[in-house]
Design a protein around this ligand. Structure first.
Ligand code: GCU
Length: 641
């Protein structure tokens, strides 16, 4: 696809919203000046050398954000870096008219120095996963059927601007599952990375590369990848020096090792710190970072074995290594202990490695939250995670514990960028939360609605009604009370209650005629609840104190167990599944009455039809399954099959 039109719904990231015919002076020299001028011009600004409404100027701000001063004679954005100036310009775009009326100085610094997006893009079309693993927005923006989309570099530039518009400053370009062709991005296919790096650099974004731990064998002809072997270390040092020579601002490498079949240091009896530190040593002279994923568990588990608990795995593998990682290693931890379910407790790893720099990994791509066919605004979930205080009210929140935030990208070559046009709000929200994790999800959504639709009050209200609570709605009609999974194996879309129950993947619900849920208590279960510091260890251990939404994650209970809400588990299941479908039907109705761009309207309307169909399927399968297991009818006598 070469001539992809820039769709109006691309507006949300603030990248194309006109700042009106303002006169803009760019007091900057160097390579980035062109980009800043182009960005200004794209916003309708008229460039000038003389008196201006908006001036962009480099100055010492003391941080890598920006300041905006608004005076009678004009507005000035100052920043210490070119990237900061760009972020300041985008902030002006977000502020709209109010950026040009005198007011208090706006001073904004990002909470996290690196705000990163991980693409799970493949170069070759993978026989099962396709061009983008867990991608729901068309093909890759970067590669198509084995080749770089060189003709689409301008569109990739638009994408880079979109990301810069929400404050993102790092991207990993390829899938964490590094297959044979993608491994070669380190060597003979490096020129593709170089081209992409040039495009992203213009917007202050550094590129990172997912690498396979077996690269010295696969590419270097060595007979081992042992991280303590001198020849292996020399190969990595030489190879990464070669990358950094061509990409001087190379961000570093991202590694999925000893996970779901990927090679790693365990094969050599080495630790993950040994593996990560080898790469860190190779990158240190060049200013690069190793992102080492903590998503390590046994995916060949025996479902008959009740003592192995996948939820414990990252904690068991990584916390003994706290303090052992080099300074330029970031251990990247999924937000929950399992795998991006719509509801999980916050991973205990995030509270257990005070001497290690951790990244919080979120999944913007909606693998388990409706696959960009369902409306599911994820910022409320992410805000809850960021605000969670593992040590109780007196301790720091997760936002104050982790060193950076990473999200798996939800974008692709779809004209709306994210498949479902409303899924753009998740990309937008990720960037905004990574800049300021205290922003309220509703406010972020309001910004996005303003930038995208320039709506009247009715439209704004309707969009909030559709999106604000959409994550909880999704939760209500899928797997109940935090038990997770119950999705169709493989592609993970739609219900299949027992789909994973007798598989090796470690994702079980243990439903029988008497009850459901996983006993993760210290007293009688896997001990997972005890991995949290006080008070959460006690809260999760206790059947009476455990929050309802996580009850079945932590406990195995009878269907007649009474929740904190006062309802029984079985009645909760029925009620939430009926209510969930009703909520989706109401969403569809609100959308039907909206007057917005016809192509956006039509796309979302079609997807809402699918969401209603799918929610009904979830409702009927979950309700029927539990009715048949428990033999307990619905207190309200509704139809259960
Ligand atoms: C999930 C997902 C995989 C992915 C993995 C990961 O299990 O289904 O496609 O590779 O997470 O995060 O590495």
């Amino acid at each position: 696809m070469t001539n992809v039109s820039v769709h109006p719904a691309w507006l949300p990231a603030g990248a194309w919203r006109p700042i009106g015919s303002r006169r803009v002076r760019v007091d900057v020299s160097g390579t980035v000046r062109d980009e800043i001028e182009a960005a200004c011009a794209a916003h309708g600004g008229e460039l000038t050398d003389a008196g201006a409404d908006l001036t962009l100027r480099l100055s010492e701000t003391g941080h890598d954000g920006y300041a905006i001063t608004r005076a009678e004679h004009g507005t000035t954005v100052t920043a210490a870096t070119h990237a900061g100036l760009l972020h300041g310009l985008f902030a002006v775009v977000r502020m709209g008219e109010s950026a040009f009326t005198p007011g208090p100085r706006v001073d904004s610094a990002p909470a996290f120095p690196r705000r990163m997006l991980d693409h799970w893009d493949n170069i070759d079309v993978h026989p099962v996963m396709g061009q983008v693993e867990r991608g729901y927005a068309g093909g890759s923006l970067f590669w198509s059927a084995g080749t770089l989309r060189a003709a689409d570099l301008p569109r990739i530039g638009d994408y880079a601007r979109l990301l810069a518009g929400v404050g993102i400053n790092a991207v990993a370009l390829n899938n964490v599952n590094v297959h044979a062709t993608e491994a070669r991005l380190l060597t003979d296919r490096l020129p593709e990375m170089v081209l992409l790096a040039q495009v992203f650099r213009r917007y202050g974004i550094r590129v990172h590369l997912a690498v396979t731990f077996a690269a010295p064998m696969l590419l270097g002809g060595l007979d081992t990848a042992d991280p303590l072997d001198p020849a292996v270390r020399a190969w990595w040092a030489m190879t990464l020096a070669g990358v950094c020579e061509l990409i001087p601002d190379f961000g570093g490498v991202l590694v999925k090792a000893d996970s779901e079949g990927r090679p790693g240091p365990f094969a050599y009896g080495r630790t993950h710190a040994d593996g990560a530190n080898m790469l860190a040593e190779a990158l240190a002279p060049h200013g690069g970072t190793v992102h080492w994923r903590a998503f390590v568990y046994d995916h060949r588990q025996d479902w008959r074995d009740r003592s192995t608990d996948r939820a414990r795995a990252a904690h068991d593998h990584f916390t003994p290594l706290d303090g052992a990682f080099a300074d330029n290693v970031i251990v990247q931890v999924k937000h929950g202990p399992m795998d991006f379910q719509p509801r999980e407790p916050v991973s205990p790893v995030l509270a257990a490695m005070p001497r290690t720099r951790l990244a919080l990994e979120l999944q913007a791509t909606q693998e388990y939250t409706g696959q960009q066919r369902h409306v599911c605004y994820l910022a409320p979930m992410w805000s809850e995670i960021l605000a969670f205080r593992p040590r109780g009210d007196d301790g720091p929140p997760i936002a104050g514990t982790v060193a950076e935030m990473v999200a798996v990208a939800n974008t692709g070559d779809d004209p709306f960028w994210t498949g479902h046009p409303l899924a753009q709000a998740n990309l937008y929200a990720f960037g905004r939360l990574a800049w300021d994790p205290t922003l309220a999800p509703g406010e972020i959504l309001d910004e996005w609605i303003t930038l995208t639709f320039e709506p009247d009050d009715g439209t704004r209200e309707a969009l909030h009604a559709i999106m604000d609570g959409s994550w909880r709605t999704y939760e209500s009609y899928t797997a109940p009370l935090g038990v997770g999974f119950m999705v169709r194996p493989g592609h993970h879309y739609g219900p299949d209650v027992d789909g994973y129950e007798y598989t090796p993947w470690g994702t079980y619900h243990f439903a029988d005629r008497d009850g459901v849920g996983v006993d993760r208590t210290v007293a009688s279960g896997t001990g997972f609840a005890g991995l949290y510091p006080y008070p959460w260890d006690r809260v999760f251990e206790s059947l009476t104190d455990c929050p309802d939404e996580l009850l079945l994650f932590m406990h195995h209970v009878p269907y007649t167990h009474v929740l904190r809400s006062g309802r029984t588990v079985i009645q909760h299941i029925y009620d939430t599944h009926f209510d969930g479908v009703a909520a989706v039907e109401a969403m569809r109705e609100r959308w039907r009455r909206l007057r917005i761009a016809p192509d956006v309207h039509a796309r979302v309307a079609a997807l809402l039809d699918e969401q209603v169909r799918s929610a009904i399927e979830w409702r009927d399968q979950i309700n029927t399954y539990f009715f048949r297991k428990s033999g307990i009818g619905d207190a309200h006598g509704r139809m259960i099959y």
